[in-house]
Write a protein that binds this ligand. Structure first.
Ligand code: SIN
Length: 524
């Protein structure tokens, strides 16, 4: 097929992304027609699959939904939507029980579920699986459930170039598969593409986390909300030439101590809860200690915890660190904060609905105001599960009764013509742009920010972004464009928010004076 033409495929429903939100959404839709779930990599690749710590759910008899709601609101620093949080926690209980019915094996003692405590939770409410591989276990069980449904098909290696809209209604997406373009037409679309950690030099996110879904929704006119709130996980492995592998929050829950270059446990100086203080605070404390001591990392000390417990409780972390020559039962683990999660994203209502008809967003790509200015640990898998199911149900109500996928062929042809076949830059030049973006974000739009740095970041990123204005039939060019778009949107939002709140910390505005917290809406 010559590259000037394209294939057309049909599905009743199209879901972009196969993490927890996308998979869970598909199960709501399959009774009403065919569902395509597309992933730019393998069907197993998503942020969700790498989640270690767990999933928070108020199902421990010693816990209550009220307490989980209060902890979530407190972490969110006044920027959460109470209704959204209530839904997350209350429906979360049902959704997690359903996972158990679908053979997700959470860790147990005998036949009793085990609950862990993590930072800023007032109760033991985190369920985990295989010690530190909760995301992997949940995704495996959802994939099995999906595989048993003949109406759902996962299309791998399908990179989404852009959404397809007709008269303001989202009716599918332009996709690149095997180097060739195609359009998948559907009655509605659910974006579940996750976050954009890859715009930072250091991130716990996998390589696919380039913010594609958020950027393409923005290009079509969707509203983006609270983009400046990027959560940095306090502890990722910090070794030269080694990816910043996540060292779960739960390690501090099991007695881990943070020590600086001089071997001093410093967290008590920053917060009475010390290692179990809220995540944003721990990240900033680590950053401050690194600057004070002129060191590129701090150390996580697990040596007071029994070696056999460590090996059993954190098998993946134990093995991974050992493969890099670090025995976590004996050695100090070099650690440094890394970009981890976006609280902001595409503005949605409580059903995942966006301002664009037919377009739903769920999971990390969405902003339903459930996390506010700072996400409570282990609430992200729960968000994907609860709001993925809601988006699925609502997409079904919106378009499930339409008999056919309708389309306007002329409009499709017109839209295809706007794609430019070749990007103006070589692969190597695009790589250089990505690296420049990562450095700018890490140095100027990172854990601690100020006006001078943010202005410089906006200036530099705009220059880079302006050189990739078109849409290209090329994955690397589109990923680069998406990353630059998201980076610029975050930087602009961070520059505009003249206060420190949750994960957004400014040295020039260290306080948050307003009682009534305002949301932000980014534009380039
Ligand atoms: C972790 O295991 O620390 C990650 C959990 C989360 O981000 O909620």
């Amino acid at each position: 097929m010559p590259p000037s033409s394209f294939k057309i495929q049909f599905a009743d429903f199209l879901i972009i992304g196969s993490g927890i939100a996308g998979l869970r959404a598909s199960l709501e839709l399959a009774s009403a027609g065919t569902v395509f779930i597309i992933n730019k990599d393998s069907g197993r690749e998503s942020n969700s699959a790498y989640a270690q710590g767990g999933i928070a759910a108020a199902i421990n008899p010693l816990d209550t939904p009220k307490s989980h709601i209060e902890d979530t609101l407190k972490a969110g620093k006044g920027l959460c939507n109470r209704s959204s949080v209530k839904i997350l926690v209350e429906e979360g209980v049902q959704r997690v029980r359903e996972l158990i019915d679908w053979k997700t094996h959470f860790d147990r003692k005998g036949n009793k579920l085990l609950f862990t405590q993590e930072a800023a939770h007032s109760k033991k409410r985190i369920l985990r699986a295989k010690g530190d591989a909760t995301g992997d276990e949940i995704i495996k069980s959802l994939l099995l459930k999906v595989a048993s449904n003949p109406n759902i098909e996962i299309l791998e290696n399908h990179f989404t170039l852009d959404l397809y809209l007709e008269n303001g209604v989202c009716k599918g997406a332009w996709v690149l598969f095997d180097g060739f373009p195609k359009i998948i037409l559907s009655k509605s679309v659910i974006l579940a593409t996750g976050g954009a950690g890859q715009i930072y030099l250091r991130t716990t996110n996998p390589l696919i986390a380039t913010g594609d879904g958020i950027a393409m929704a923005y290009r079509q006119g969707a509203v983006l909300e609270d983009m400046e709130f990027v959560q940095f996980h306090p502890t990722a492995l910090c070794l030269p030439h080694v990816p910043p592998f996540l060292l779960s929050e739960a390690m501090r829950g099991e007695g881990g101590l943070l020590k600086n270059l001089h071997g001093e446990a410093f967290m008590k100086r920053y917060h009475p809860e010390a290692e179990l203080a809220p995540r944003d605070l721990v990240s900033r404390a680590i950053w401050t200690e690194m600057e004070k001591t002129g060191s590129g990392c701090v150390y996580l000390d697990m040596t007071a915890t029994q070696p056999s417990l460590l090996r059993k409780r954190f098998p993946t972390i134990y093995k991974t660190c050992l493969s890099y020559g670090i025995d976590i039962t004996r050695d100090l683990i070099p650690a440094c904060p890394s970009a981890h999660f976006m609280m902001g994203g595409v503005q949605t209502d409580l059903n995942g609905m966006t301002g664009i008809k037919g377009l739903y967003v769920a999971g990390e790509a969405a902003c339903s105001e459930v996390h506010g200015a700072n996400r409570l640990a282990s609430n992200s898998l729960l968000e994907g599960l609860v709001f993925g199911a809601r988006a699925g149900r609502h997409a079904l109500a919106f378009s499930g009764k339409n008999k056919f996928v309708t389309f306007d062929r002329n409009n499709i042809d017109r839209q295809f013509k706007r794609f430019v076949k070749k990007p103006p830059l070589t692969g190597r030049e695009l790589d250089r742009m990505v690296l420049a973006c990562k450095k700018i974000m890490w140095e100027l739009v990172g854990i601690i920010r100020n006006e001078k740095g943010l202005k410089e970041a906006c200036y530099q990123l705009k220059k880079l972004n302006d050189s990739l204005k078109n849409s290209f039939l090329n994955r690397k060019a589109m990923e680069t464009k998406n990353m630059l778009t998201i980076a610029l949107l975050i930087s602009k939002a961070a520059l505009s928010r003249k206060e420190s709140l949750g994960a957004h910390s400014r040295t020039d505005y260290p306080h948050s004076p307003s009682q009534q917290k305002q949301h932000s809406y980014s534009q380039i």
